[in-house]
Design a protein around this ligand. Structure first.
Ligand SMILES: *Cc1c(COP(=O)(O)O)cnc(C)c1O
Length: 390
C-alpha cells in the first residue's frame, strides 16, 4: 500500500500553515487559495511503467492528499490519452506531431472529474455529507456524480444559459440544481446566500484546496506520456485556472523530486475575447486581474469566468514558465470546432476548440514556431454542449 506524502496545507500568499485534519477553504487573511504540500524527500524513481491497465488517476495517490485509501471515491477518472491531430498538423505545416490530451473521455465528460474525485474523497475523509458549487456545467455534473458515489448530497448553482444537458445529468444523479440569471459569479452569489441556511461544504474553484490536486495529475501524466521530455507549449482554456495551476504544480513537484531536470514548457492561457481577464492582466504585466464587469455569453461556458479566485496563481505560472495569454473570438472558436470535427473526427468542447483557434493564430502571427512541440488540453467532450451548438 502506497502512503500519501501529504504533509501540510499553506496559504499561497503568506505561507501560513493550516490544520490538515480540519476542513479548510482559503486563507481568511489574504483571501488567497491554500496549497497542499508533500514530503518529497526520498522520492520514488520516476514512474515509467505508465500502464493504461491501471485504473485511474489514483495511480498517483502518493502525491494526492487522501490519508486513508478507503476514503478514495473514484469513477475511473484520469489516465487519458494523447491523440495526434495529424491532419491539422499537416495543414499547419507543423514540424512535429500536434498533440491533444483528451480529457473528454473522463467520467461525466470533462476533466472536472479529476478535481471532484480528489475534493469529494477529502471531504469524505473529513466527514462532510453535503457539498455545493456554482458551475458553468461540467463541475456540476462531476460534483453530482462523485457525491452520488459517496452517498453525499449535492446542491448545484448554474447560469441560466448553461445547456439543459448539464441540469439533466446533475438531477439524474440526485443533485439539487438551481438556475441563476447572469454569469457564474451570480450563481456563486446566490449559492452563498442560500448556504447561510444550507450549510453545505463549498467546493468552488480554488476556494477548496483539493480540486487543484486532482487536476494536478494531468501534469504527472503528461510528463510520463512525453517520456519526461516536456512539450514546448501547453495551451490551456482558462476559466478558474485550476488545470493550468495544477499542471505547473505537478511539474514543480517532479523537478523537486529530480524527475525533471528543467521545466521547459511555456504555459499558454486561452480565453474568449468577450471575457478575458487573464489576457488583460498579462498584457499589462500585472500580477492580479481586474476582472470583467459584463462577460459576453459564449458557447465556451467554462471560460465565462469574470474574475478567477486563483488569478494570481494563474499569472504566476504563466510568468514563471515564460508563457503568455491570448484570446480568440467566438467565430474563430466555432470555426475551429467545426473544422476539427471534419478533419479529425473529434467533437471537441468549445473550450478545447478555442485552443485550436489560438494555436492557429499564434502560428500565423509568428508568436510560436512551426518547429514547436505543442500540446493542447481538450478539457471536455463537445457532446454535452450540443443544445447550444446546433
Ligand atoms: C471548467 C472548464 C474549463 C476551465 O477550467 P478551469 O480549471 O476552471 O480553468 C475549461 N474547459 C471545460 C470543458 C471546463 O469544464
Amino acid at each position: 500500500m502506497t502512503k500519501s506524502r501529504y504533509k501540510a496545507l499553506v496559504c499561497a500568499e503568506c505561507e501560513t500553515s493550516f490544520d490538515t485534519n480540519q476542513l479548510q477553504s482559503f486563507c481568511p487573511n489574504c483571501k488567497q487559495p491554500l496549497v497542499a504540500i508533500y514530503d518529497l524527500r526520498n522520492p520514488p524513481l520516476k514512474f515509467t511503467d505508465f500502464s493504461w491497465s491501471r485504473d485511474s488517476m489514483w495511480y498517483y495517490r502518493e502525491f494526492l492528499p487522501i490519508l486513508d485509501e478507503k476514503n478514495i471515491i473514484t469513477l475511473g477518472e484520469g489516465l487519458t490519452k494523447i491523440i495526434s491531430l495529424s491532419k491539422i498538423s499537416k495543414r499547419l505545416d507543423l514540424k512535429h506531431e500536434f498533440f491533444m490530451k483528451d480529457e473528454g473521455t473522463n467520467p461525466t465528460g470533462s476533466f472536472k472529474a479529476r478535481g471532484m474525485s480528489a475534493a469529494i474523497s477529502k471531504a469524505r475523509e473529513l466527514g462532510v455529507w453535503h457539498c455545493c458549487t456554482p458551475t458553468a456545467g461540467n463541475a456540476g455534473s462531476a460534483l453530482a456524480a462523485y457525491c452520488a458515489k459517496a452517498d453525499m448530497q449535492s446542491s448545484i448553482f448554474m447560469p441560466q444559459l448553461t445547456p439543459e444537458m448539464f441540469r439533466f445529468d446533475c438531477e439524474l444523479m440526485g443533485a439539487r440544481v438551481v438556475k441563476v440569471d447572469g454569469s457564474i459569479r451570480d450563481a456563486g452569489l446566490e449559492m452563498q446566500k442560500q448556504n447561510l441556511e444550507m450549510k453545505a461544504w463549498d467546493v468552488s474553484t480554488m476556494k477548496e484546496p483539493f480540486r487543484l490536486e486532482g487536476k494536478k495529475t494531468m501534469g504527472y501524466e503528461i510528463a510520463a506520456q512525453f517520456n519526461y521530455q516536456l512539450p514546448d507549449y501547453i495551451f490551456y482554456p482558462t476559466g478558474g485556472g485550476t488545470g493550468l495551476i495544477g499542471i505547473w504544480k505537478a511539474f514543480e513537484e517532479m523537478q523537486e523530486m529530480g524527475w525533471l531536470d528543467e521545466i521547459s514548457t511555456r504555459m499558454v492561457a486561452v480565453q474568449m475575447t468577450g471575457c478575458a481577464p487573464v489576457v488583460e492582466a498579462f498584457e499589462a504585466r500585472a500580477d492580479v486581474s481586474k476582472g470583467v464587469e459584463d462577460p459576453a455569453p459564449t458557447a465556451a461556458n467554462g471560460l465565462r469566468v469574470p474574475k478567477a479566485f486563483g488569478d494570481k496563481m494563474i499569472l504566476k505560472a504563466i510568468y514563471k514558465s515564460k508563457g503568455f495569454a491570448i484570446s480568440v473570438q467566438e467565430n474563430e472558436m466555432l470555426a475551429a470546432l467545426n473544422r476539427t470535427a471534419r478533419e479529425e473526427g473529434l467533437f471537441l468542447s468549445p473550450e478545447g476548440a478555442a485552443l485550436i483557434a489560438a494555436v492557429e493564430k499564434c502560428l500565423s502571427n509568428g508568436v510560436i514556431e512551426k518547429e514547436s512541440r505543442i500540446l493542447i488540453i481538450n478539457t471536455g467532450t463537445g457532446y454535452k454542449y450540443a443544445e447550444n451548438l446546433w
